[in-house]
Every structure is written in structure tokens, then in C-alpha cells.
Design a binder for this molecule. Structure first.
Ligand code: NDP
Length: 348
């Protein structure tokens, strides 16, 4: 089958479109013909290489897939050949104390599929194999392209806002990168909870998208002083929740923008890991700084109900053929895309 493979870390030039064997499913796995996958920011991290984290080489990235089951392992009961499916990308043992408590991300064997797995084991090929436990039915109201761009960002946002930050009606929620993959979901989840969304992005086009998705206020971080605007919008009280994933560049502003007793929830650091903070704010203002990582399958199932009802919709900014993965990386790495990129193999 054709796949996008890299054999060493580096720039986009390490991505090769080449032939690799079709994966062989184990007894508890399913083999999926990939109709569409997504390009996520973790594909960029994997390609670049991350200090302190092993990227198994040769590597096929891709943590989201939508497709058709073409083979099932001998022990698989929950899925059958011909089913249209999507994938939850949290791989874990499903037996330990953490897994059975719904805390699969604390499992000693936890890995994000297509990011930490391998060799040659992600969605950026014509076929992929995953444990049957990680399969969910594709929502009938979505195309394969739409469905492929949803699970990773949706489960991450749901855990960040609903489980961790415990969003409530009326909250002011400041969302960085609001037209990005996480951002477009964060706007919709926050609006689902009747929160007041303050969306931040770097261009007026992106802000128009945020507005269409329901953002109550939009801020262009290139032209406006985000802190001053948040104070104005909230009559000086500042945000109840700051949705962070942008890291070093925005962290000090996120702290400024947070109200006394408010919550910053973060899952990433696109602009850098070494953020500055004045820890006096933690106790003086009794603020909450929460980390969040992916989410469990149950959280994804909870969130998907609102996709099936049409209250949350995928935002596909671009559909690209598999062989143009370099372009997908360029668009994401340089902030040139609003919403998500769906990737379509030739055979789809
Ligand atoms: P995208 O590339 O789709 O969007 C990121 C957005 O961040 C861009 O739209 C850009 O918006 C904004 N941004 C980038 N640099 C800066 C900056 N210096 N200052 C302010 N805003 C900036 O990525 P995702 O939304 O999919 O992911 C975002 C981050 O979250 C990544 O680092 C990713 O690895 C991480 N992540 C972590 C997960 C986890 O489970 N731990 C899961 C999913 C993602 P604009 O320039 O318009 O302001």
C-alpha cells in the first residue's frame, strides 16, 4: 500500500510517499481501509522529533482515521467487515487499575496511536490496523473527510473544558488559536454550555470563521491588546477559563487575563515549553492551573452525541491527497489553515 513514511526526524523533506506492507491485524485488531485521515499538530512534533520522547522509526504518522473495516481479528466481536468506523487514538492496556477506572491516559502502556506507536503504524496510509476496542461507528451525518478530522481534537477539547475545567453557563472562556484544530471545537463546546466565548486568532478571515461558529467576541492578536480587550469585555473581571495550548508566547497573557479563582486549562505548547509565571498569582488569586491530555473513549462517546445531533460540526478547511502531506505540514506549521486538514488516499 502507499503511505507517508519518515525514516529520520527533520523538516518536511523527510516525508516520503512510498510502498509499505499492508498491516496484519492481531487477534484483537481490525484492519481499516482508510477513506480519510487528518493531519494533526502531533504529526509535526513526531516528524521534528521531541526531546525526551521516543518516536519509533520508520514512522507512519496519523492519529485520526475514518474508513471501512476490511478484516477483523479472531477475537473481535464488536465490529464486523463492512462497518464504517472512526478511531479513538488513545491506546492502552484496558486491564490495569487506571484503564478500568476510565483513566487510560495514566496507564503505563498509554500511547497516542500514530504518534507514539510504531514502527509503521498510523493513519497516513491506504490501510491501518487498530485495536477493536478503539473503534467507534462513524456518525451517519458526516462524510469520511469530516469524520476523520474530529476524534482527536474533539476528545481533547471535551476533556479540557467539560471534565477538567468544569465549564458552566455564563462563563467567559478565552480561547487561543480559536480557528485552529482544537479552537474550532472549543468554540462549539463552550457555546454548547452557554458560555461566553472570546476567540483569539491572527487574521480577520480566521475570526470570521470563529464568529460563524458562535464566538461572542473575536480578537485579532496581531492588531489588538488581548489583555486590555478581555478586561473591557468582562467589565474588569477577566476570564473564568483560559483555553491554552499555545505555550510560552501566550502563557503570561493567559495568566493576566484570568480572573481571581479562575482556571487555565492547557494541553500543549506550540510556541515553546518554557513559559514564565509569577507563582504568587497561584495563591493570591487562588487560581487553578490544570493540565489535560487527550481524553478517554467514554469522553469521546459523550462528545460524539452532539456531533450526531448536529450541535457540534467538523470544520474541514482543506482536503488534500495523501501524497501532498508535505503541503499539509506546511499549512499547519505556518498557521495558514483555518479548521482541519483531511487527507485522502488515492484508493479512497
Ligand atoms: P493547529 O495548528 O490547528 O492550531 C494552532 C493554533 O495556535 C493556530 O491556529 C494559531 O492561531 C495558534 N498559534 C500558533 N502559534 C501561536 C502563538 N505564538 N501565539 C498565539 N497563537 C498561536 O493545532 P491544534 O489546535 O490541533 O493543536 C494545538 C496544540 O495543542 C499543538 O501544540 C498540539 O500538539 C497540542 N495538542 C495536544 C493534545 C493533547 O492531548 N495533549 C491534543 C491536541 C493538540 P493564530 O495564529 O490564528 O492565532
Amino acid at each position: 500500500m502507499k503511505a507517508i513514511v519518515f525514516e529520520r526526524n527533520g523538516g518536511p523533506e523527510v516525508l516520503q510517499y512510498k510502498d509499505v506492507p499492508v498491516p496484519t491485524p492481531g487477534p484483537n485488531d481490525v484492519l481499516i481501509q482508510v477513506k480519510a485521515s487528518a493531519c494533526n499538530f502531533n504529526d509535526i512534533w513526531a516528524r521534528r522529533g521531541l526531546p525526551g520522547m521516543q518516536i519509533i522509526l520508520p514512522h507512519i504518522s496519523g492519529s485520526d482515521a475514518a474508513g471501512i473495516v476490511v478484516e477483523t481479528g479472531s477475537e473481535v466481536r464488536n465490529v464486523k467487515v463492512g462497518d464504517e468506523v472512526i478511531v479513538h487514538c488513545g491506546i492502552s492496556c484496558r486491564q490495569c487499575d487506571y484503564c478500568t477506572r476510565g483513566e487510560e491516559f495514566f496507564c503505563r502502556d498509554f500511547k497516542i496511536w500514530g504518534f507514539q506507536t510504531g514502527p509503521l503504524d498510523g493513519a497516513h496510509g491506504e490501510y491501518c490496523k487498530v485495536p477493536a476496542a478503539n473503534i467507534l461507528p462513524k456518525p451517519k451525518n458526516l462524510s469520511f473527510e469530516e469524520a476523520a478530522t474530529m476524534p482527536l481534537v474533539l476528545v481533547t477539547v471535551w476533556r479540557m473544558l467539560v471534565t477538567r475545567a468544569q465549564i458552566r453557563a455564563g462563563d467567559f472562556v478565552l480561547i487561543w488559536g480559536a480557528a485552529g484544530g482544537l479552537g474550532v471545537m472549543a468554540i462549539q463546546v463552550a457555546r454548547l454550555y452557554n458560555a461566553n466565548v472570546i476567540a483569539v486568532a491572527s487574521s480577520d478571515d480566521k475570526l470570521e470563521l470563529c464568529h460563524q461558529l458562535g464566538a461572542n467576541y473575536v480578537l485579532n492578536r496581531k492588531k489588538q491588546d488581548v489583555f486590555a480587550e478581555v478586561r473591557k469585555i468582562t467589565a474588569g473581571k477577566r476570564a473564568d477559563i483560559v483555553f491554552e495550548h499555545t505555550g510560552a508566547d501566550t502563557w503570561p497573557i493567559s495568566m493576566q487575563c484570568l480572573k481571581w479563582g479562575g482556571t487555565i486549562v492547557t494541553c500543549g505548547a506550540t510556541s515553546g515549553f518554557d513559559a514564565q509565571m509569577d507563582i504568587r498569582l497561584l495563591w493570591n488569586k487562588q487560581q487553578n492551573y490544570l493540565g489535560s491530555h487527550l481524553g478517554n473513549k467514554g469522553e469521546l462517546v459523550d462528545a460524539m452525541r452532539f456531533v450526531e445531533s448536529g450541535q457540534i460540526r467538523p470544520v474541514v478547511g482543506e482536503i488534500l491527497p495523501l501524497k501532498q502531506m508535505t503541503r499539509a505540514h506546511d499549512l499547519i506549521e505556518n498557521g495558514k489553515i483555518a479548521g482541519k486538514i483531511a487527507i485522502v488516499p488515492n484508493s479512497a
